[in-house]
Every structure is written in C-alpha cells, then in structure tokens.
Design a protein around this ligand. Structure first.
Ligand code: ASP
Ligand code: MG
Length: 472
C-alpha cells in the first residue's frame, strides 16, 4: 500500500471553494491508487482569532471574546452548510460545531472571571480551530464520495507537557498511528485529522507551536511510515529567490533536507526547519505543492540532493536585523568572557543569528527588537557597545559551496558596488551569508540572482517556466 501523508494549510481550507479544491486533490491521489492520510490546519486566520479571543477574555473583556467566538461559529457553520447537503450529515455536523463552540464559550467565560491565561488554557482555546476544521473537511470529503473518516489528532499526537511548544513522543505516536490509522486505511478509508494539536499522556490538550501542522504531517509520515509527505500550500514550491524581488526567479525542483532547513531558518517562509526532521530521520521525501495550481510538480525535498551544476540553489533574505558591536575593554579571549556576553542575550531571551570575532571585538546580529537598549546597557558594563538597526542578511544556500574554488570571490564580485558589513561561512558547508544595509537588500539579491542563475541546471530548476516568460 503506498501511503502518502497530505497536509493542507489554512489557505487550502479557508472557505468552501478551497475545501472543494482540496477534496479534488485528495480524490486524484486515491484515483492513482495511493492511500492518503490527510492532515489539515485550522481555516486561515482562525488560530490568530482564537488567540485574540483568549487575550480579550483574560483582560476581562467577556463581550469582546464571545463576539469573536460567535463570528467564528458562524463562519464554520456557513462553510459546513455550503459543502454538506445530505440532511442527516449536515445536522450531525452543525450539532458538532455548536457543541464545540458552546464549550469554547464556556472556557472564555471562565477565563473572563479568573483573568489568568495559562499556556495550558491557551492550547485548549486554539485547539478548537483544528478540531472543527478537520471535522468539516472530513464531512465535505464524504459528500464528494471520498471515504473519509475523522480522527481526533489528540489521540495520536502524544507529547510531553510543555504547553504551546510540546515535544512529540515518537514511540507513542508510532504505536497510536498503528492502532488508530492503520485499521482505517486497511479498510480503504481516508483518515482526516487536525494538525498542530496533540495531548499529553494524561489526555490534556497540547500544541506543537505556531505553524505546527507541517510538523504533524511529518510526524504522521514518519510514524506510519509513508512513502511521501506532501505539504500543500499556496506557492509553487521553493524558489531560487523571492519572486517579488526577481520576477525571473525559478522553482527549485529538488533540494536536500539540509539546504531546505537552512533556507527556512533564514526566512524563506515555505517550511519550518524542525518540521521536516521526522521525515529526514526516516528518509521520507517531502513535497511542497500548490493547492491552487495542483498540476505543478512543486519542490521535492530529499536526503541527498542530486548533483547540481549551479553552485547555489536559492538566495534568502532576512530583514529587520540589528548588528551589535562589542569592543572589549579587556582581552576578548580571556576565559569566560564570551559566556558573560552570551549570558546577557540569554537573560533577555534574545536569540543571536550570526557572530564574528576578532582579537578585540565581537559583532553579533539579532532580530531588531525593543529589548536592544536594555541589552546594550548591560553589555556596556563589560565593554564598549554600539548597535545599529536596518540591516539585512543575505543567505546563499547550495550543496558543497566550500568545495568550489573562488566561490566567495564570485559572490563578492557580483555585489562589489554594495557595502558588506559582516560575513559568515562558518558553521555550515552549504550556506554563505553576509550582512548589508537593509536598503541595499533588493539590489544585492537581483545582482546575485543575475550572476548565479543565468544558466540554471535544467535537472534542478524549472527552466521551462522561464522560457514561457521570455516567449510571452
Ligand atoms: N493553525 C496553526 C497556526 O496557525 C497551525 C498551522 O496552521 O500550521 O499556527
Ligand atoms: Mg503553515
């Protein structure tokens, strides 16, 4: 049986039309003889709205919180009615939706009385998004003759008790998937479950962190195991760079896990790097596909990328960064000095992106944030400190960049007209990054894209799309 996990994001289930497209895509896989297991997000924006309802209730705004919930109830009911026509099925579905929103309202009322929003209650509140969306999608699939069976994700995704960022317990998930999903697929059913949510061993609802539905997809894919994990979203896949900056950006047809993770970390919004780890561990390919353009073959993410004639696969940009220069008043490399510096960032829970050191100074980059003045004041006790915002990080990713002679020279020659502040080619063999002024970012990306994607390797990049662009 060729199992495939199909994960659909919020925009792929945002309204009846999107759910209809999603159903057609799943039906297409069934027609090809595949056995899908479907994972869905909450409908677009619902998680944010649930969080807003929780925040309002916790401030004592009972009316405001209940108003958000009531709008969400109406949106889910309307979507259900547009999709499900069978009288018994729609009655059953509306009853389910009402029961869930009744209990959500009860939680919000309680919260407005006790005025304390704990991470545990927050997870309970947001869980309604995926619990309701998955039930609607399952019913819509059945209406369209897909033998769907709704499964409560919390019975399968077992996690520890770190609410809002729970760690999955792989062995238990594998066991539950075998017990609860396998029997369904063996009967020819298509399990449909929510992403993002889980429960601890005591059955208390947890979540895997924002954007966690991809993670659920990879966890289920790893647990079954599936032959592939499909992440259905609203872009054609991973691109050679942001097409808003370079209209001639190309789709990357195939990329390694490691390269995709580097890109995700440096701001390419397609996938969260940790999400694909369960797939990497079991060597299961992950496909990024577009539910609005389903015939496009997307990007295939695999363990070992095939050889590519072009040195780079993609250029990512991360903006809104600051550089902090710490100039030591005593010898930098004195024992314990760096740990004192990092302890300050730790105290303010401020992650550091890039570090470079010299004998007397350290430069660090962080996301621009309002804690910087306080961090600088503390660092000022150890050293002279300067910080400057409006910086951008350009990150160029490609297999074995270091193995190729003269690559750095080619990169910096392409952007010789731009002032480069900080360079790092340290930790990873496959990433070359540097810091420039934010105002120069787009020009730098265009110059680099023109230099390195002039003659793209057709085995790796979708050059057909560029031809069409030129011809039209
Ligand atoms: N609905 C959740 C969120 O918006 C999880 C997801 O969509 O991946 O963060
Ligand atoms: Mg997402």
């Amino acid at each position: 049986m060729s199992m495939v996990v199909m994960k659909f994001g919020g925009t792929s289930v945002e309204d009846p039309a999107a759910i209809g497209r999603t159903a057609a895509i799943v039906a297409g896989r069934v027609a090809l003889g595949k056995t899908p297991v479907v994972v869905v997000s909450a409908m677009a924006k619902v998680t944010d709205q649930l969080l807003r309802a929780g925040a309002a209730a916790a401030l004592g705004d009972r009316t405001g919180a209940l108003a958000i919930s009531s709008r969400l109830r109406a949106r889910h009911r309307d979507t259900a009615c547009a999709l499900v026509k069978n009288p018994a099925d729609i009655a059953d579905l509306l009853n389910f939706i009402d029961l869930k929103f009744d209990s959500l309202d009860e939680v919000l009322r309680g919260l407005a009385a006790i005025l304390e929003l704990t991470p545990r209650i927050s997870d309970l509140i947001v869980s309604y998004g995926e619990r309701v969306s998955s039930r609607i999608v399952a019913a819509a699939f059945r209406e369209l003759s897909i033998a769907a069976a709704h499964v409560d994700a919390r019975e399968i995704i077992i996690t520890d008790s770190q609410f809002q960022k729970a760690i999955p317990l792989d062995a238990l998930i594998e066991k539950r998937a075998a017990e609860k999903l396998r029997p369904l697929t063996n009967q020819g059913k298509v399990p449909v479950m929510g992403g993002f949510i889980g429960s601890n061993e005591a059955g208390i609802t947890t979540t895997l962190g924002r954007g966690g539905s991809d993670f659920t997809g990879a966890l289920i894919g790893g647990a079954l195991p599936a032959e592939a994990i499909e992440i259905w979203t609203d872009v054609d896949g991973i691109m050679t760079t942001d097409p808003r900056i370079c209209p001639d950006a190309l789709r990357v047809k195939v990329i390694s896990f490691e390269e995709a993770a580097e890109l995700a970390y440096f701001g390419a919004k397609v996938l969260h790097p940790a999400t694909i780890l369960p797939a990497v561990k079991k060597n299961i390919p992950v496909l990024v596909l577009n539910s609005r353009n389903a015939s496009n073959e997307g990007t295939r993410i695999i363990s070992l990328a095939p050889h590519c004639k072009s040195p780079f696969k993609s250029i990512a940009v991360k903006k809104k960064l600051s550089i902090i220069d710490v100039v030591a008043s005593r010898m930098l490399m004195t024992h314990g000095y760096l740990s004192e510096v990092f302890a300050i960032f730790d105290k303010f829970q401020c992650p550091v992106d890039m570090v470079s050191t010299s004998e007397v100074s350290i430069s660090l980059t962080v996301d621009s944030n309002d804690k910087l003045p306080a961090i600088a004041a503390e660092l000022g006790k150890l050293a002279d400190v300067k910080y400057e915002g409006k910086k951008a990080l350009i990150c160029m990713v490609g297999e074995d960049i270091r193995g190729q002679n003269g690559m750095a020279a080619q990169v910096f020659n392409a952007i010789r007209h731009i002032n480069v502040r900080m360079i790092s080619q340290g930790a990873s063999e496959i990433n070359m990054s540097f810091m420039i002024e934010e105002d120069d970012a787009e020009e730098a990306v265009r110059a680099l894209h023109a230099a390195f994607f002039q003659h793209p390797d057709p085995a790796i990049f979708d050059v057909g799309a560029r031809k069409k662009l030129v011809d039209s």
